[in-house]
Every structure is written in structure tokens, then in C-alpha cells.
Design a protein around this ligand. Structure first.
Ligand code: FPP
Length: 258
């Protein structure tokens, strides 16, 4: 009997989710959603678990969020998985975080392939351990012909460094005569960033109650809508993403106009 009730509850929940997805799709859905997945450590601490247990739970939420984003017709989902500043964390935590892409892709790559998801990464690859890079490169290769959601991991990513690198590239091309001063406009400058092939995020989500950008996509977020929640990343559910998008759909974007 208990099992029957559980089954009924699951069926009921998934049909409500499907209804909500269909409802949301009647209005424009953000093309690019970026998420600062914060609060894994606090989630673990509340349960007297090691911090890495929070990251493991967080990884499972990445899967659910990716599948829903794909179903909603979002084009790009950028997830801040490791910043250039995160190397300052204890070695055991850094080592664990560097194993998560393998763990995630080891479990879910077939599902991502089957669902037409393309895996991408932005960030400084040079400092990543070989095993991390191998898992990412393999996933990018296996999904390169997919045409659905782009799941873009920001891994060893830092926005200030990215902007400085773009400036240096512009300077070099200017000095060597490839680029004229008059050609350097916002669109051209964007093409030197790691997001060159993506539209700017329409919606930025940050979990865990922190209201800051933490060196994430500082150029690209200039006109994005921000959505903050106190929910810790491991507790972030499909319904939270749905609510964030419903809120986004109520906003009036003016891009500096009236
Ligand atoms: C911030 O929370 C979270 C991170 C630095 C890591 C985020 C990584 C994941 C959610 C898993 C990524 C999964 C894949 C597949 C790469 P925090 O540790 O700073 O939390 P706290 O502020 O509560 O301490």
C-alpha cells in the first residue's frame, strides 16, 4: 500500500512538473542561465557531514537542473563549479572537487548524450589535473555534434583574469596591425572572452543567501536579471528553477532604455 501511495505521489509530482514546464514555455524562456551554486559546505555542516558530502549532493542537483534546463529549451546553462580562487581551499576539498567532473560524467554522460546535451567548459585548462581534463575533453568530444542544451562548466574560471587576457589579445592584435582602434567595440571585445560563442546570460541565479558575484562573468552579466535565494545548492530543486524562471518572465528588461 505504502509503495502504491509513493508511486501515485511520484506520478502526480511529475505531471505537475510537466504542466509547469508547458506553462513556462508559453512565454520567452531565458536563452542563457548562469548559476553560482553556493552553499554545499553549509548544507553538509548542518548535517554534521564533511564538506565534500555537500559537493557530492550538489553534483546530483547539477544533473536534475541540466535535464530540466534542456526540457525547458534553455540554450546555455553555465555552472560555476570551481573558481580561480577556489585553489585556496584545503587540499582534500580541492582534490575532491577536481574528481567531481569525472564522477559526474562517469555516471551521467550516457544520459547527456541521449538527451542531445553538449558539454563545454570555460576556464584555465592548464592548471587542471590530467584526470579532470581527460573527463571533460572526452565529454566534449562525445557531445560535440549534439544540438540541445549547452552545459557549460566554469571550471578554474575567473572573470578578471579572463578580461585581462582579452585586453592583452586586443593589444597584440592592435600592435601587429590586425585590429584597428575603431574596430574595438563591445561586440568585438566579447569575441575575445571565453563565452565568445554564447549570448550573454539572461538570468543569473545564486543560491545560499550570498548576494555577490565572486568574480563570475563580470562583463557578460552587465544586463542580466539576478535571482537570489537562501536555498543551499544541494536543496535546490526543479521547482526552484521553475520559480526563478517565472520571476524572470515577470521582469521588464530595458537594457538602459525606458
Ligand atoms: C560553493 O559552495 C560550491 C563550490 C565551490 C563547488 C560547486 C560544485 C558543485 C555544486 C558540484 C559540481 C559538479 C560538477 C559536475 C563539476 P561552498 O563550498 O562554498 O559552500 P559554503 O559557502 O556553504 O561553504
Amino acid at each position: 500500500m505504502l509503495n502504491k501511495i509513493k508511486l501515485w505521489k511520484n506520478q502526480n509530482n511529475s505531471s505537475t512538473l510537466r504542466d509547469k514546464i508547458e506553462e513556462i514555455k508559453k512565454l520567452p524562456v531565458p536563452e542563457h542561465v548562469a548559476i553560482i551554486m553556493d552553499g554545499n559546505g553549509r548544507w553538509a555542516k548542518k548535517r554534521a557531514l564533511p564538506r565534500v558530502a555537500g559537493h557530492y549532493e550538489g553534483m546530483k542537483v547539477v544533473r536534475k537542473t541540466t535535464m530540466l534546463a534542456n526540457d525547458l529549451g534553455i540554450k546555455v546553462l553555465t555552472l560555476y563549479a570551481f573558481s580561480t580562487e577556489n585553489w585556496k581551499r584545503p587540499k582534500n576539498e580541492v582534490d575532491y572537487l577536481m574528481k567531481l567532473p569525472e564522477e559526474f560524467l562517469g555516471s551521467y554522460l550516457p544520459e547527456l548524450v541521449a538527451n542531445n546535451v553538449q558539454v563545454k567548459m570555460m576556464g584555465y585548462k592548464d592548471q587542471l589535473p590530467d584526470h579532470t581534463l581527460r573527463a571533460i575533453n572526452n565529454a566534449m568530444e562525445q557531445t560535440k555534434n549534439n544540438t540541445g542544451l549547452v552545459l557549460n562548466f566554469a571550471l578554474n574560471y575567473g572573470s578578471r583574469a579572463e578580461i585581462l587576457d582579452a585586453v592583452k589579445q586586443v593589444l597584440n592584435e592592435y600592435k601587429s596591425g590586425i585590429l584597428k582602434e575603431t574596430e574595438i567595440d563591445e561586440q568585438r571585445f566579447s569575441s575575445y572572452l571565453m563565452t565568445a560563442n554564447f549570448p550573454d546570460p539572461d538570468l543569473l541565479i545564486r543560491t545560499s543567501g550570498e548576494i555577490r558575484l565572486s568574480n563570475f562573468m563580470l562583463w557578460q552579466l552587465a544586463y542580466s536579471e539576478f535571482w537570489f535565494t537562501d536555498v543551499l545548492w544541494p536543496d535546490f530543486s526543479e521547482n526552484h528553477l521553475i520559480t526563478a524562471i517565472e520571476d524572470y518572465q515577470k521582469r521588464q528588461r530595458r537594457f538602459g532604455g525606458i
